[in-house]
Design a protein around this ligand. Structure first.
Ligand code: NAD
Length: 657
């Protein structure tokens, strides 16, 4: 593990990426020196940081004031001044190898001998850049996504000479400033995300070039049938057709003819007023309508979605087979950097690797084009019968239920099972896999070992914003209804459960919280059941748990109006136990946890059962449940211990017997 700490960082280049990267570091608590070649440029970058920090402060997304964060940033045009005594330099100058090599040569002279030198390059060779220095082992790629403040992913890219210590230090540092790093273990062009994502746009362009497919059909199919956030043509227009074109050309790869046509006509996408779609009247031909990306649900029937996904999966298989990245890293990269609702390796395991392989073989035979040649690793998996989830093994091993992609979980020394929803890129919203993972976790949790469960959302924006809407048109109806069963398992879990709520707690996220025994929130948490606005009702027990909790009047208001309520109102109404200021949040939750883990397990179990089940019985039946429960408890060792501790004025130590 890396041992170096990074406190002072220089960022070279105050352009689109540089000022955003500097902002991330400053928010993370580092002293930052921002450098550009001219005063005006560096001032401009600094002002953009100020604007962005003020927005973040206004929305409560940073803990300090914009001024306090900015106080950690200094600007300069002098490279020597910028890098004096720094621990790390991140270069974000224009994408040009000669320029980058000049910069790194100069850095090698001026920066402290032990400083790490990183480049934010997207498509140049880290190895070649590193060879302009006498410390290539301390040169690494640190590839942020645009805009760095919003995009959580960082690709930590090994050049041929990069030492593990350098890569690990940068990986740890990226985590410490709130980013999610993935390792790219070899210096391959396009790293991970672009390698897998570009074929999404490129294959659609090949289909348009050779088969004249309908662009709206392609976009509608990928979005509404396959759940991608944008269609391939829409995404290319958004990112710039010229960007993909030049990156491919420079890497010496063949490009689809339609890219040539678009780029030579200057139709590069949204920024030039037209690309595949027309966005601007000035760029429209006479009489041509300005439609934007106007595809609709239902237009995508019959489009060959597998052809596009097979290409992406093939690239992912090459990365795994060549030890560039692990499936987990690719999937995190595609979710956070590519905006996909699930990772490409996971998608592949669901589709079946044999199906994907066969598609590639057919296309390869039909066209003879290299891009369809199945990756060796894909062939190996298929030959070994590791064809995906149904076979028990594919990119991932499913023999023990499969990996956890969306929930982090660990039982600490006190027996607290801490479950963190890990899907910050979608405000921790639930998809079917995530619900399955929560369910599996609860079913496998041993009440003898787990004293209490605490659920929380990763990041500071949401506990969970609900069910993932992108899954609605694509998921089977039964997938969407599974929530009910999961939340019932949670409600009935033998040990106490707590929802630790910061940020949005909506829809299915709210229902999960309602199925917990207790809910503790920050004052700026927001609650609600917005399902009615989508033409549905809460389907995970929300209508019934809420009415039992707060009565009909408030339940109907929440469910029929679909409005949000703030934490103070939620506490007033009895939806949550406590709403506390941010700075008291952790300590308050831990007070609850401490009471629960030290409580008598058998009595807790009986209390939960009697309270939960008694609500649906007649008063007579419920009272009889209570007295039976009481009868069981008076003969336990825990009761003797409780009474004895009370008499001796000491803390009881319950054994759960
Ligand atoms: P940009 O043109 O917006 O900014 C580059 C800045 O670097 C300019 O202000 C320029 O004056 C300055 N500069 C030039 N020479 C310099 C030097 N010697 N020292 C310090 N500054 C210098 O470019 P950008 O979009 O911010 O891209 C920067 C790097 O980040 C490129 O390598 C690019 O490939 C990479 N990148 C870009 C994106 C993106 O979406 N824009 C995403 C990821 C990575």
């Amino acid at each position: 593990m890396a041992t170096e700490t990074i406190d002072t960082v220089a960022v070279l280049g105050a352009g689109s990426m540089g000022h955003g990267i500097a902002e991330v570091f400053a928010i993370g608590g580092c002293d930052v020196r921002l450098r550009d070649v001219e005063e005006e440029l560096v001032d401009d970058g600094y002002e953009q940081m100020r604007w962005s920090l003020e927005k973040l402060a206004e929305k409560g997304l940073i803990d300090e004031s914009a001024e306090t964060v900015l106080d950690r940033v200094s600007t300069t045009t002098d490279v020597g001044e910028a890098v004096r005594d720094v621990d790390l330099v991140v270069e974000a100058a224009p994408e040009n190898m000669d320029l980058k090599r000049d910069i790194f040569g100069e850095l090698d002279e001026l920066a402290p001998a032990d400083a790490i030198l990183a480049s934010n390059t997207s498509s140049l060779s880290v190895t070649e850049i590193s060879e302009a220095t006498d410390r290539p082992e301390r040169v690494v790629g640190m590839h942020f996504f645009n805009p760095p403040v919003k995009m959580d992913l960082v690709e930590v890219v090994y050049g041929d000479h990069t030492s593990d210590e350098t890569a690990e230090t940068v990986h740890e540092f990226a985590e410490s400033v709130g980013k999610t790093p993935i390792y790219v273990r070899k210096d391959v062009n396009g790293f991970v995300v672009n390698n897998v994502l570009v074929p999404f746009m490129e294959e659609a362009a090949w289909m348009l070039s050779t088969e004249d497919v309908d662009i709206r059909a392609a976009d509608a199919a990928m979005v509404f049938r396959r759940g991608y956030p944008m269609g391939p043509f829409e995404l290319a227009d958004y990112t710039g057709i010229d960007i993909g074109y030049h990156a491919r050309k420079e890497a010496g790869r063949e490009v689809p003819p339609v890219w040539e046509e678009k780029v030579s006509a200057g139709h590069n996408g949204k920024k030039s007023g037209r690309g595949y779609y027309v966005y601007d009247e000035d760029a429209a031909d006479d009489g041509e309508a300005v439609t934007g990306a106007d595809y609709e649900h239902g237009q995508g029937e019959g489009f060959d979605t597998l052809r596009i996904e097979a290409r992406m999966i093939n690239e992912a298989a090459k990365l795994v087979g060549n030890d560039v990245a692990k499936p987990e890293a690719i999937d995190v990269g595609m979710r956070l950097g590519g905006g996909l609702p699930e990772g490409t390796c996971r998608t592949a395991d669901k589709l079946g690797l044999d199906v994907v392989h066969e598609k590639l073989v057919d296309l390869h035979e039909e066209t003879g084009a290299d891009r369809y040649e199945p990756a060796e690793y894909l062939e190996e998996l298929v030959e070994a019968g590791h064809t995906g989830e149904k076979a028990g093994q594919g990119f991932y091993d499913y023999s023990h239920g499969g990996p956890y992609h969306y929930v982090d979980h660990a039982v600490d020394d006190d027996g607290v099972l801490r479950v963190t929803f890990q899907r910050t890129e979608r405000l921790n919203s639930f998809n079917a896999d995530m619900l399955d993972e929560i369910h599996r976790l609860l079913r496998e949790a041993d009440p003898e070992e787990v004293a209490c469960v605490v659920f929380e959302g990763a990041g500071d924006r949401a506990f969970s914003a609900g069910a993932d809407l992108t899954a609605f048109p694509t998921a089977e109806p039964k997938d969407m209804m599974d929530a009910d069963e999961v939340f019932e398992t949670l409600y009935e879990f033998e040990r106490p459960t707590i929802a630790k709520i910061d940020g949005y707690c909506l829809g299915a996220g709210f229902e999960l919280a309602l199925a917990c025994d207790m809910r503790v929130a920050t004052e700026d948490a927001t609650f609600g059941t917005p399902e009615i606005d989508l033409g549905v009702i809460p389907g995970g027990g929300g209508t019934q748990r809420l009415v039992r909790l707060v009565g009909e009047v408030r339940t109907k208001e929440l469910i029929l109006r679909g409005d949000h309520v703030d934490a103070e109102t939620a506490a007033d109404w009895g939806i949550i136990n406590r709403a506390v200021p941010e700075e008291e949040f952790e300590a308050t939750v831990e007070e609850y946890v401490s009471d629960l883990v030290n409580g008598p397990p058998v009595a807790q179990k009986v209390a939960k059962k009697v309270i939960n089940e008694g609500q649906d019985a007649s008063l007579d039946a419920a009272l009889s449940m209570e007295s039976q429960g009481f009868g069981v408890l008076v003969s336990t060792d825990d009761m003797l211990e409780g009474v004895s501790a009370f008499k001796n004025d000491r803390e009881p130590e319950f054994e759960g017997r």
